[in-house]
Ligand binder design. Structure first.
Ligand SMILES: Cc1ncc(COP(=O)(O)O)c(C=O)c1O
Length: 365
């Protein structure tokens, strides 16, 4: 029996499909294809869930990052700190607005942006903004990052593409800080559309009209250069429906993380600190090996048994060709990349699957 890395079949069960079809049929009848009632409903409900004052839907998570940079008036040549470990889109967004990425090093045990490295890089460079990434769904230390950035007026854009369901601290969901916080609703994410979608959360009233104008060709502003990054009504209809069940599904992920922590203890790789059990969204469940060879061995053993697993992230940002010339610090990130394997942690993983995964890893290593 194979164990998939994602499980779209169970996520999109018959009852859900029936409701989605009804919604899509109504959207076709009404001809309300872009920015319809579900967009507004979702924006209100998602902002409330994440502890933000405003939510602005956009076309995808990469646009959300770029629009957040533009909303903070980041201009060509401005320096923006990005972590050495992230999905490529974080660096890409900085390059796409003509700004210059500066590499910030990461914590060697989590891959999260390191506040001390931000401090060093802010002394060496005139940073206009930083983009901490809640990678794997683990929250960055936002308090420490704010302590470094706010006295220097450095803006913070949190890349929460993987962190729907995560908490920056107990009781404080990702999205409830004073940063601009961006999400991706790509189909593999904890809260996912039927294609591409994303959003920006903010507490700042003055950002709302600006972001609305940028996402829609500059409409409503005489001076802003915009783009088309509107969110389709069908995507918003799917998201608004899924929002009703996402807490229960995230609880399942957390339960699986707890179980993995129990089952995998003592095996020859590192698990995340158990403080993350309550804080992470468990978008991914990473285990960290001493060497890339060990990671590959484990990956091969799981793959041989048809168990989905992914080595995110095989390359640090410094090791990406397009970003290799970037200045900054990357020692921990370069050492971190390639040694992590992510195990299946979608909501429908069963305990017997987790036991099987433990047994395979134990035998292989
Ligand atoms: C950390 C991170 N940032 C940005 C993105 C980009 O989101 P999208 O694919 O919706 O453009 C992703 C998506 O995978 C991501 O994981």
């Amino acid at each position: 029996m194979s164990i998939p890395f994602y499980n779209f079949a169970e996520l999109h069960h018959d009852e859900f499909r029936k409701e989605v079809k009804e919604r899509i049929s109504k959207i076709i009848d009404d001809g309300s294809f872009v920015e319809g009632e579900f967009n507004h409903q979702f924006e209100t409900e998602f902002a409330q869930k994440q502890g933000a004052k405003h939510c602005l839907l956009v076309a995808n998570g990469t646009d959300a990052l770029e629009i957040a940079l533009l909303a903070y008036d980041i201009k060509p040549g401005d320096k923006v700190g990005i972590p050495g470990i992230t999905f490529y889109a974080t660096g890409e967004a900085v390059l796409n607005v003509g700004a210059t990425p500066i590499l910030i090093d990461v914590d060697p045990s989590t891959g999260l942006m390191c506040p001390e490295s931000v401090k060093r890089m802010s002394e060496a460079h005139d940073l206009k903004a930083i983009m901490p990434v809640h990678i794997y769904g683990l929250p960055c230390d936002m308090k420490a990052l704010e302590n470094v950035c706010s006295p220097k007026g450095i803006k913070i854009i949190e890349d929460a593409a993987q962190a729907q369901g995560a908490f920056v601290e107990i009781g404080k969901p990702v999205g409830s800080t004073n940063s601009l916080v961006t999400f991706s609703f790509y189909p593999t994410k904890n809260l996912s559309a039927f294609g591409d979608a994303g959003c920006i959360l903010t507490q700042d009233d003055s950002m709302v009209e600006k972001i609305k104008a940028i996402r829609n060709h500059g409409r409503g502003s005489e001076t802003l250069l915009g783009r088309n990054s509107r969110c389709d009504h069908i995507q918003a209809a799917v998201l608004q429906l899924k929002l009703k069940d996402v807490d229960r599904l995230n609880e399942q992920r957390k339960k699986h993380a707890k179980k993995y922590h129990e089952l995998l203890e003592g095996l020859p790789f590192k698990l995340l600190d158990s403080k993350y059990i309550e804080l992470s969204s468990w978008h991914l469940y990473p285990i960290q090996f001493e060497s890339e060879e060990m990671r590959k061995k484990a990956q091969q053993a799981l793959t041989d048994h048809n168990i989905g697993c992914t080595p995110f992230y095989e390359r640090s940002m410094k090791e990406e060709k397009v970003l290799s010339q970037c200045e900054g610090e990357s020692e921990n990130a370069n050492n971190f990349s390639g040694k992590t394997l992510n195990l299946p942690i979608h909501p429908f993983v069963r305990e017997e699957d987790q036991i099987k995964i433990r047994d395979i890893l134990k035998n292989a290593l």
